[in-house]
Design a protein around this ligand. Structure first.
Ligand code: MRU
Length: 357
């Protein structure tokens, strides 16, 4: 990704520090946040300084590597088990977090340096996978396509490229005429704040729509294709993604609009039989009751936007049943959201991994 002509990744490791684009400061300020310890990195995942499935996975991988670097000789095992529990406790829904922590934890049994190398490998794999998703997903995008996306599944949500937006960037670079409708994505506004900012950096034409406008646009035939990301995909194709995704999927089904999920296979949880097994994170009611922004002088402000004394319920994700999903765009190509297609892809990947050992 290029930001003001400089190449960046969303999250990376330098020495024993983890560095990341501060997503809470965007879109008003572009700044880099540094985490000196694994605990700092845990905090950055919890407060969403870094967010999005792949970026959370890479940050968690780096946090696990930091824990290996910090582990004292005495009680090393206890320290590492505790650190693993704390990292895994930061965000429960993103599959990539658990996948990454397990890989780095196993690699670290050899040495702390090996843990760090494995974490770097996960970040690199994320980049390559999402680049490939762009190539495959681009085939779905016709010239003059109007695409709806929800939340932010662009490069900010991964180490680079993104999932739902990677095909959009590939299509744009190929010179196709495209237009993106960006759901604002209440309550945190990842669409209005992050996707809009990203599309601007990439020079992709877009407009933000209120979350409740999608039905109207689809009814008017203004949307040709929906592409969203995923936080966890069950073996039967049920998909957890940002709250509001389910509504878009039902609408797309009603109005005959193709609805695609874009995600690397690291987001598929082979142990999870169906969406019923996916734990949905609940976040603070303050995210619904208040909004952050800047005032006319550019100072950060937080304002209350609900009746004082109200409470709010804030589930961060919902699960879209596989029957509403036209296909899943993975790094290996586009597959059906079915038990058989997913199982056969996971088996091919496992067979290739075993062959390469
Ligand atoms: O809570 P967030 O912002 O970390 O949500 C995760 C997401 O970014 C979305 O659900 C996204 O669509 C899938 S992950 C790129």
């Amino acid at each position: 990704m290029l930001i003001e002509d400089r190449s960046y990744q969303t999250v990376w490791m330098e020495g024993s520090s983890v560095k990341m684009i501060d997503q809470n400061a965007l879109p008003f300020n572009f700044q880099i946040h540094e985490c000196l310890t694994y605990w700092d990195t845990c905090m950055a995942i919890t407060d969403m300084t870094v967010r999005g499935a792949g970026a959370i996975g890479a940050a968690a991988a780096f946090a696990m590597a930091q824990a290996f670097l910090e582990a004292p000789e005495k009680d090393k095992e206890v320290f590492l088990q505790e650190a693993r529990g704390e990292i895994e406790g930061t965000r429960p829904t993103a599959r990539n977090l658990f996948y990454a922590v397990e890989r780095v934890f196993d690699a670290g049994q050899l040495s702390a340096e090996n843990a760090k190398t494995e974490a770097q490998r996960i970040a690199l794999q994320d980049t390559e996978d999402t680049r490939a998703i762009g190539r495959h997903g681009n085939k779905l995008i016709k010239n003059n396509a109007h695409i709806l996306t929800h939340c932010n599944a662009g490069w900010l949500a991964f180490v680079d490229f993104g999932t739902a937006l990677s095909p959009v960037y590939t299509a744009n670079k190929e010179g196709k005429d495209i237009f993106v409708y960006v759901d604002e994505t209440r309550p945190r506004g990842q669409g209005a704040r992050l996707t809009a900012w990203e599309l601007m950096q990439e020079g992709v034409p877009f407009t933000i729509i209120p979350d409740n406008a999608a039905a109207h646009l689809m009814q008017q035939g203004k949307i040709d294709l929906v592409i969203v990301g995923a936080d966890r995909i069950a073996r039967n194709g049920d998909t957890a993604n940002k709250i509001g995704t389910l509504g878009r999927a039902i609408l797309a089904n009603t109005f005959g609009v193709p609805f695609y999920v874009a995600a690397p296979t690291s987001t598929i949880d082979g142990d999870c039989k169906s969406g019923r097994d996916i734990i949905i994170e609940e976040r603070s009611q303050d995210e619904v009751l208040y909004q952050d922004g800047i005032d006319a002088n550019g100072n950060k402000v937080k304002v209350m936007i609900a009746a004082p004394g109200s409470t709010a319920y804030n589930p961060a994700f919902d699960v879209t049943p596989a029957k509403y999903i036209t296909g899943i765009i993975t790094e290996h190509g586009i597959i059906k959201a079915h038990y058989q297609s997913i199982s056969s892809l996971l088996k091919t990947i496992e067979d290739e991994r075993t062959k390469s050992l």
